[in-house]
Design a protein around this ligand. Structure first.
Ligand SMILES: Nc1ncnc2c1ncn2[C@@H]1O[C@H](COP(=O)(O)OP(=O)(O)OP(=O)(O)O)[C@@H](O)[C@H]1O
Ligand SMILES: [Mg+2]
Length: 518
C-alpha cells in the first residue's frame, strides 16, 4: 500500500485484486469474444503474473533454500573466535556440512569423505543428487547436495578463481511453506550451532601462551602463540579421591550444559576454579584433565611478561570461547618479586622517562577485572583457573566465591589416589601388597608425583608388580624415616632455641635484679 493511501481505497483495491481470479474466469469468455486481441493478451498476462506464484504454491507448497560453498581462496582454518570471526569468511556451508555429516553417514547411499581440516577425522557428505531428511520440532526437512548456480558462481568468482576446474557445491534445504518461520528462526540457527560444535570438536585442541606485546601496537598483533595440545591425562588417570573427582566432573558438566541457565539468570557464562596444594599434587595435571574432559583449548597466561592492565585486557579479547584460561602460581605472579620485578626494571629502562612505572603494572584490580569485569563476559563459555601452593597468601578478593567458584585442594597421595596410579603404571587394580602400601601412606605425606615417579622408575627398570610395589613400600618407609629424622631435628632446634631464650631471659632478669639491688 502506498503511503497515505486512504483506507477505503485500499480496501476497494484489495477487493478488486482478491477477486481478480474469479473475475478472470467470468470475463475471459466475454473479452475473448468482444475485446480487441491486444487487450485480451494484456489482461491474460497480468493475471498470470499476479497469480502464477499463488497457483504454484497450491501445486507445490515446498520452498527451497540454498547454502553455497564459499570460495576457498579465503578459506582458512576454522576458528571459534568472536575476534577473528569479524575478519574470516562466512562458514555457514562448512557448518551445515558438518551438521549433515552424521545424518549422511546414516542415510545417504552415495557419500563423499574429506579429511577434516584439522585432526584425523573425516567429514562425510552427500554426493551430488543425494538427499537426506531431518526432523526438527515435528517438521520434516530435506537436504540435498546440488551444484551451485552458475549465476552464484559468477557472483563470487567473477568467472575465475580458486574453484575454477571444480564445481562449487551447494546444500539445498527443502521444506513445506508452513515451516518457513520455524526454519528461518529456529532450525537454521540450530543447524549452525550444532555444526559449529562438531567442527570445534573435530579440530585439534590448542595450548596457547601469550607473547610479549607492545602496548602501543595495533590490535592486529598476535597476542598468543599456540602449539597443538596433546596431553594424555584424563580424569580416569588423575589420582585423587573418587568422590572429589566426581564432584569436579559434575561441576564441569553442569557448567558446560547450562548455557541457557546462565543466560536466564543474567550471569556471564564462565566459571573460576582455584587449585591449591603442595607442589607435585597434580594441579597442572588437573588442568589438562579438565581441558580433555571439556574439549577446550588452554590459554596459559604468563603474567610476568604483561606490562599493563590494558595489555591484559587485550589478551583477554583475543581468546576464544570454549577455553580454559590458566594463571599458574598466582601468588608468585602477582606479587612483584623475582622475574616480574626484573621484567619491570627492563621495561622501565626501555621506556621514555615520561611514563612512570606506575602506568605499567598489572595490578590486582587489573587482574580482578580480567577475571570478572565487563570484558571478561565477552564470548562466554570460559573457565578461569588459578593455581597456587600458598592459598593463605592470596588476596581474599581474588578468590572469593563468584570469582573462584570452586576451591579444590589437591592433597598428598591417599590410598584411593594410589590405586589410580597403580592402575595407570602397573595395570593392577587389586594386589595383596596394597594393604602394606595403605598402611605406609597413612603415616607419611607423599605427593602423587613422588609415587608416580617411583612406580615409573620401577616399570622402566623392567620390574614386575611385586617388585615395583616393594620399591614403593621401601621408598615410603625411607620417606617416613626421613620425616621422623627431620621432625626430631626440628624438635631439637626448637629445644635449643627455647633453652637459649630462657638463658637470655634469666641473664636479663639477673642483670635486672643486680641493677635493682644496686
Ligand atoms: N593427582 C595426580 N594424578 C596423576 N598424576 C599426578 C598427580 N599429581 C602429580 N602427578 C604426576 O606428577 C607430575 C607433576 O604433577 P603436577 O605438575 O600436576 O603437579 P603440580 O601440583 O602442578 O606441581 P607444582 O605446584 O609444582 O606446579 C605430573 O606430570 C604427573 O605425572
Ligand atoms: Mg603445576
Amino acid at each position: 500500500m502506498a503511503a497515505g493511501e486512504p483506507g477505503a481505497m485500499a480496501r476497494v483495491r484489495h477487493w478488486v485484486l482478491g477477486n481478480f481470479a474469479t473475475s478472470w474466469f467470468l470475463l475471459a469468455p466475454l473479452l475473448a469474444a468482444y475485446a480487441p486481441r491486444r487487450l485480451f493478451l494484456t489482461y491474460f498476462n497480468l493475471f498470470l503474473r499476479r497469480h502464477a506464484r499463488r497457483l504454484l504454491t497450491v501445486v507445490d507448497p515446498y520452498l527451497t533454500l540454498d547454502i553455497s560453498e564459499k570460495p576457498s581462496s579465503d578459506s582458512s582454518s576454522y576458528y571459534y573466535s568472536r575476534y577473528e570471526s569479524e575478519t574470516k569468511r562466512d562458514t555457514t556451508f562448512d557448518e551445515v556440512k558438518a551438521y549433515l555429516s552424521g545424518a549422511c553417514a546414516g542415510d545417504a547411499r552415495e557419500l563423499r569423505a574429506e579429511g577434516a581440516e584439522e585432526g584425523d577425522g573425516l567429514v562425510i557428505s552427500m554426493r551430488e543428487g543425494q538427499d537426506v531428511s531431518d526432523e526438527f520440532q515435528g517438521a520434516t526437512l530435506f537436504w540435498s547436495s546440488v551444484p551451485a548456480d552458475d549465476a552464484d558462481l559468477q557472483e563470487h568468482h567473477g568467472g575465475q578463481g580458486a574453484h575454477q576446474g571444480r564445481r562449487r557445491r551447494c546444500q539445498r534445504l527443502t521444506f513445506h511453506q508452513r515451516h518457513r518461520r520455524l526454519v528461518v528462526d529456529e532450525y537454521l540457527p540450530h543447524v549452525r550451532r550444532r555444526g559449529r560444535e562438531i567442527l570445534f570438536n573435530n579440530r585439534r585442541r590448542r595450548l596457547y601462551t601469550n607473547n610479549r606485546i607492545n602496548s602501543y601496537s595495533s590490535m592486529d598483533e598476535d597476542a598468543w602463540s599456540y602449539v597443538d595440545f596433546d596431553h594424555p591425562t584424563t580424569f580416569d588417570t588423575l589420582a585423587m579421591d573418587p568422590a572429589k573427582k566426581k564432584e569436579i566432573m559434575d561441576d564441569l558438566d553442569a557448567f558446560r550444559n547450562n548455557r541457557d541457565l546462565y543466560r536466564r539468570t543474567g550471569k556471564p557464562w564462565k566459571r573460576g576454579y582455584l587449585l591449591h596444594g603442595p607442589p607435585g599434587t597434580g594441579k597442572s595435571t588437573m588442568i589438562a584433565a579438565m581441558a580433555n574432559h571439556l574439549n577446550y583449548d588452554i590459554y596459559d597466561v604468563e603474567l610476568t611478561i604483561i606490562e599493563t592492565n590494558n595489555d591484559l585486557r587485550k589478551l583477554l579479547i583475543q581468546t576464544t570461547g570454549k577455553s580454559i584460561i590458566v594463571i599458574e602460581d598466582i601468588d608468585c605472579s602477582l606479587d612483584l618479586t623475582g622475574d616480574r620485578r626484573r621484567a619491570n626494571k627492563d621495561r622501565n629502562k626501555r621506556r621514555s622517562s615520561s611514563y612512570s612505572s606506575d602506568d605499567s603494572k598489572v595490578t590486582l584490580s587489573g587482574l580482578l577485572n580480567f577475571v570478572d569485569g565487563l570484558w571478561s563476559a565477552c564470548g562466554g563459555e570460559r573457565i578461569v583457573v588459578f593455581t597456587t601452593n600458598h592459598v593463605d597468601t592470596l588476596d581474599p578478593a581474588l578468590i572469593r566465591r563468584g570469582r573462584m567458584d570452586m576451591h579444590i585442594e589437591m592433597s598428598y597421595c591417599g590410598f584411593q589416589a594410589f590405586k589410580t596410579l597403580a592402575k595407570n603404571y602397573l595395570g593392577v587394580e587389586l594386589h595383596r601388597m596394597f594393604a602394606d602400601v595403605e598402611e605406609q601412606l597413612r603415616e607419611v605425606d607423599v605427593t602423587p608425583a613422588d609415587v608416580a615417579e617411583c612406580l615409573m622408575t620401577a616399570k622402566r627398570s623392567g620390574y614386575g608388580e611385586d617388585a615395583s610395589l616393594e620399591c614403593l613400600i621401601d621408598e615410603l618407609k625411607k620417606k617416613k624415616a626421613e620425616a621422623a629424622a627431620a621432625a626430631a631435628e626440628a624438635q631439637a632446634d626448637q629445644q635449643d632455641q627455647d633453652d637459649h631464650d630462657s638463658d637470655e631471659d634469666s641473664e636479663g632478669s639477673d642483670e635486672y635484679s643486680e641493677e635493682s639491688e644496686e
